[in-house]
Design a protein. Structure first.
Length: 237
């Protein structure tokens, strides 16, 4: 068997694994060609010559190249890969599927925690799930997790909540100042806030974590994961 299964080999740079969702220096965000889209009952923000995949959940998504060239920009999230990872429950570190890597349907989430506060039920996140083996690798090697500590939880449900993105003035299409808590000039906009969503260019998909059970023993989870993947592969799944 040469099949590596759902856990993909992590990409390394200078001895550090580069997460699947991290943006690279050659993936520079181009100027976005924004237009007003007029429909019989509404007007909303769109991209010039927008394709079907550039519009999802009733909102347009930031254009950026996906080449993974140059150097990793740690701390910068690639809009398309983040959305893919959230949509398909791909591991944020290796990019492989997390569905089917446990005996149950729960998913593992990992977060850097300055104060070690646990992931809470009902918490919103833009950080996609992670394999247990990849979480273990990340806490060993990724500087923010090593230095600031981390917190992990198994999560039962992950409904989509909204997006993080830039919000534009409906008249001038000027970008509005970001929310104070977002250093990158963005806003978090829930799908229920249609008036604001119409003038948002989305960069990240945000989900809610429901049914959250904190976990600390990543080794035990990784063993369970290995077992579940083996059982599935033996069952010919
Ligand atoms: Zn992984």
């Amino acid at each position: 068997m040469t099949d590596t299964g759902p856990i993909r080999p992590a990409q390394y740079r200078d001895g550090t694994p580069v997460p699947f969702i991290t943006a690279w220096s050659k993936e520079e965000i181009p100027a976005q060609e924004l237009v007003k889209v007029h429909r019989p009952w509404t007007t909303f923000l769109g991209l010039r010559d927008e394709t079907e995949v550039e519009r999802q959940f009733g909102v347009s998504w930031m254009r950026m190249p996906a080449t993974r060239g140059g150097r990793p920009q740690h701390g910068h999230i690639h809009a398309l890969r983040q959305r893919q990872a959230m949509n398909r429950m791909l591991c944020q570190l290796c990019g492989g599927p997390t569905v089917g890597t446990r005996k149950d349907e729960w998913a593992l989430f990992l977060a850097a925690g300055a104060d070690g506060h646990p992931l809470l039920n009902g918490e919103r996140t833009e950080s996609p799930p992670v394999h247990a083996a990849c979480a273990r690798l990340a806490v060993e090697h990724c500087p923010p997790l090593r230095h600031r500590g981390w917190t992990a939880a198994l999560v039962r449900h992950t409904p989509v909540w909204g997006v993080t993105g830039h919000v534009y003035d409906p008249l001038t299409l000027d970008r509005l100042p970001g929310a104070p808590q977002h250093r990158d000039g963005m806003h978090r906009v829930p799908f229920t806030d249609t008036p604001r969503l119409r003038w948002t260019l989305a960069a990240r998909l945000v989900i809610t974590l429901e049914g959250v059970v904190p976990v600390t023993d990543l080794d035990a989870l990784a063993d369970e994961e290995t077992e579940a993947i083996r059982a599935r592969s033996e069952a010919g799944d």
